[in-house]
Design a protein around this ligand. Structure first.
Ligand code: HEM
Length: 234
C-alpha cells in the first residue's frame, strides 16, 4: 500500500481562470468587458432620467414600468453588481501593482504624457463607486442621511426633493464630472485592452471617447441643473 508524502504529492492545480485573472492582460480584459457593460447602463440610465424634463406623469410611468418588469430589473441589477465588483477589483489591483512596480514618479516627463483623465482613473473610479453607494441610499432606498421626504413609488418627487439640497447638487455635480473624466479615458483605453490598437484609429478613438465622456457628463448635469433652474419642478 502506498502512502502519499509531502514530496510525492501532486502540485496544487491552478485553474486557467485564476492564472488569467492574476495576469495583467487578464485584469485589463476583465476591466474592459465589464466597463462596456457599465457604460451601456450609464447610457440607458441617462436616457431614462432625461424624461424628468417631460414632467411627473411621464417620468413616474417610466420608473413604474421598470419596477413592474421584475425579470428585467433583477437581471440588470445582478449583472451590473457583478460587473461593478469585477471592474473595481481589477482597477484597484492594477493600480496597486503599477504603484508597487514604480514607487517613484518619473522625473522627466514622458514623450507621451498621460492625460488628466488617465492620471486620475483610480480617483474618479473610487469617487464613482462612493457616489453609487450614496445614490442608491438616496434615490432607491430613501435611506440617505440628508433627506427631504422620500416617498416609495414616487421617483419624480424624490428626484426633485434631492436637488433642493445645495450639498447634494454639488456632490452629484462633482460625481458626474468625475464619471465623465473616467469614461473619457476608459472608453479609449478599453480598445487597447481588447487588442484593437492601430495608429490609424487611435486619434479618432481618443477624440470620440473624450466627446462621449463630455456629452454624458453634461447630460447628467442637466438633471440637477434642471431642478435648480425650475425646469423640473413639482
Ligand atoms: C444626476 C444624475 C442622476 C440622477 C438624477 C439619477 C436618478 C436616479 C433615480 C431617480 C433612481 C431611482 C429610480 C427608481 O426608483 O425607479 C436612480 C437609480 C439608480 N441609479 Fe441613478 N441617477 C443619476 C446618476 C447615476 C449614475 C452616474 C449612476 C451610475 C454610474 C447611477 C446609477 C443608478 C443605479 C445603479 C440605480 C438603481 C437602479 C435600481 O433600482 O436597480 N445613477 N437614479
Amino acid at each position: 500500500m502506498s502512502v502519499a508524502t509531502a514530496s510525492t504529492a501532486a502540485p496544487a492545480k491552478v485553474s486557467r481562470l485564476s492564472v488569467f485573472w492574476d495576469s495583467q492582460v487578464g485584469k485589463k480584459f476583465v476591466s474592459a468587458v465589464t466597463g462596456v457593460l457599465l457604460f451601456v447602463f450609464v447610457v440607458g440610465h441617462i436616457l431614462g432620467n432625461l424624461q424628468a424634463f417631460q414632467g411627473a406623469a411621464k417620468f413616474n410611468a417610466y420608473a413604474q414600468f421598470l419596477q413592474n418588469t421584475k425579470g428585467l430589473i433583477w437581471t440588470t441589477r445582478i449583472v451590473m453588481l457583478g460587473a461593478l465588483i469585477l471592474h473595481a477589483t481589477a482597477g484597484i489591483q492594477l493600480y496597486l501593482r503599477a504603484r508597487a512596480a514604480r514607487p517613484q514618479p518619473y522625473r522627466v516627463p514622458l514623450a507621451n504624457p498621460a492625460t488628466v483623465s488617465s492620471k486620475t482613473m483610480i480617483w474618479t473610479g473610487l469617487l464613482t463607486l462612493a457616489f453609487i453607494v450614496y445614490h442608491l441610499l438616496d434615490l432607491t432606498l430613501g435611506a440617505a442621511l440628508v433627506h427631504s421626504g422620500f416617498v416609495h413609488g414616487d421617483a419624480y418627487l424624490n428626484l426633485v426633493n434631492t436637488f433642493r439640497s445645495t450639498g447634494k447638487v454639488l456632490f452629484y455635480g462633482v460625481s458626474v464630472i468625475g464619471l465623465g473624466l473616467h469614461l473619457s479615458h476608459g472608453l479609449y483605453s478599453l480598445w487597447q485592452s481588447l487588442g484593437f490598437r492601430h495608429p490609424l484609429w487611435t486619434p479618432s478613438i481618443t477624440k470620440a471617447a473624450v466627446l462621449i465622456g463630455v456629452v454624458l457628463a453634461i447630460a447628467y448635469l442637466s438633471i440637477p441643473a434642471g431642478v435648480v433652474a425650475g425646469l423640473i419642478r413639482l
